[in-house]
Design a protein around this ligand. Sequence first.
Ligand SMILES: [Mn+2]
Length: 266
Amino acid sequence: MLRILSDLHFRDAATRLRRLEDLEPLLAGVDELWLNGDTCDNQTGMCAADVESIRRFFRSRVPVVRFLTGNHDPDISTDHWCATPDGRVCATHGDAFFESAIPWSRQRAILDARIRTAMSAHPELDANTLDGRLALHRIACTGLPRECDPENPSRLHRLRRLVTEFWPPRQPLAMLHAWRSLPDRIAAVAPRWFPRAQVVVTGHVHFPKVWQRGALTVINTGAFTGPLGAYVVDVAGDRVAVHRLKLRRGRWQLGHLVSETQLRPA
Ligand SMILES: [Mn+2]
């Protein structure tokens, strides 16, 4: 069985994932695991050995682990998206569907400038292709310092973070707009970017939800931070199941079934 998780934001003061060991109930019996970006924030206060210990944790428990990059861990690997061998299920963190990568961010202007710089430095990267867009975003996000220290657990700092995320109000509005427009954005590029996909899985916007757009199912797995919680996606044979994740006695487990998709023959 293939399992897909995203946005663990491990070590972030705002994540509900306290210890990686708390994920163990979700790793038992899994043949392949895709961690679909923002597994951690490796651009702020994390050394290479810290990231390596995260990799080791998952690799010692699951036979095949793919660490897909996100905007907060843009160089955790060189895998920016992946697909099952038949191409019917595809996953990428989600920033590729937005020209500005993180349109709701306070750092959007800085990020836009960094993306433009990356485009002039790498004219061979075409922002209209999946690989080109993702490569440009990863170059722009690598080394981008955060405004706040994600690991600082003090109340005052977390309050400051909350303010930087929700003020000015343009930000929460842009976040809502990004979330609402996500399935249509994916449906618009899927024929070119994921031509055989029946299911596209993303994270990034931190709002868990399943949408149907014609024959395409779009799944957002939410996040371990924030109030809205997370989904997990399981692919076994022709069945794609989405469950809510719940924390029970400090351990992460499958909650109720949210949706089920039967894949058509490839
Ligand atoms: Mn995230």
